[in-house]
Write a protein that binds this ligand. Structure first.
Ligand SMILES: Nc1ncnc2c1ncn2[C@@H]1O[C@H](COP(=O)(O)OP(=O)(O)OP(=O)(O)O)[C@@H](O)[C@H]1O
Length: 248
């Protein structure tokens, strides 16, 4: 593919002789949102790292036609010696921007993730887990990525905040045509945000089903999301992947 799509074919990967991913094929059109779902240990994070070029597959190929990929890792990985504002501005370090401009952009992105002036000056050890996650998201968005890779980016947030952050990503993706790949355990997050989802089997992870969520994401209200989850949850592959969540 040469139309700006992210494309992966035959992705296989193991660690110390144990196969974690087997022959995964997927593609995401430019500006599309793909969710990766699957049970714990099915290789979702490994696949995300391969799609972002952080890890090489043992076999297979990834086409990665992007200039500014940004990751939000499961662990926020903030620099402990920098404030929230400093951590976000750090993402802009390579740009030809004055320090004042970098800090101004960082401040404004922190406001978008709901962190005001006083929080912007706090150090990571002074931030709650949810606040750190928001700083990590701001650090990714501030560089105006053309590929955004999210690994459980909203998982430590309460429901309201998680929805707000999802909305922020959705708007950013729509306005700038960002391609987004997100790993999640939360089916409702996938149904709200993604155009397509792939579901991995237990280890070694291979794609057992693909779902498409056809309604434009801005038109997915709570009733649609609930109905779609019911429909999807009826599928056997999804029941297997989400057994602990769905039975709760
Ligand atoms: N760097 C590594 N070295 C050795 N084993 C690894 C490494 N990275 C991942 N693994 C193993 O690969 C398997 C898949 O891990 P991965 O984190 O990709 O799964 P996951 O589906 O994202 O899991 P979870 O949902 O629990 O986060 C696990 O058994 C893990 O222990």
């Amino acid at each position: 593919m040469s139309d700006g799509a992210l494309a992966a074919s035959g992705i296989t990967r193991g660690f110390s002789g144990a196969k974690v991913l087997h022959a995964v094929d997927l593609s995401v059109p430019k500006g599309g949102v793909l969710a990766i779902l699957g049970p714990s240990g099915s290789g979702k994070t490994t696949l995300l790292h391969i799609l972002g070029g952080l890890l090489r597959p043992d076999a297979g190929h990834v086409e990665l036609p992007f200039e500014r990929p940004a990751f939000v890792f499961q662990d926020p990985l903030l620099l402990p010696w920098r404030t929230a504002r400093g951590n976000v501005a750090f993402g802009l370090a390579g740009r030809r921007l004055s320090r004042a401009e970098r800090l101004a952009r960082a401040r404004s992105m922190l406001v978008k993730v709901g962190l005001g002036h006083s929080e912007a000056g706090l150090y990571p050890h002074q931030l709650s887990g949810g606040m750190k996650k928001r700083v990590a998201l701001a650090r990714a968005l501030v560089i105006e990525p053309d590929l955004l890779l999210l690994d459980e980016a909203f998982s430590a947030l309460d429901v309201g905040l998680s929805r707000e952050m999802q909305q922020l990503v959705r708007l950013d993706a729509q306005e700038r045509g960002v391609t987004v790949v997100l790993v999640t355990h939360d089916l409702s997050e996938a149904v709200r945000l993604a155009d397509e989802a792939v579901v991995l089997s237990g280890r070694p992870g291979r794609i057992v089903t693909r779902l498409s969520i056809d309604r434009p994401s801005r038109l997915r209200d709570d009733a649609f999301v609930e109905e779609e989850i019911r429909r999807i949850a009826g599928q056997e592959a999804i029941r297997d992947a989400f057994r602990p969540t769905l039975s709760g």
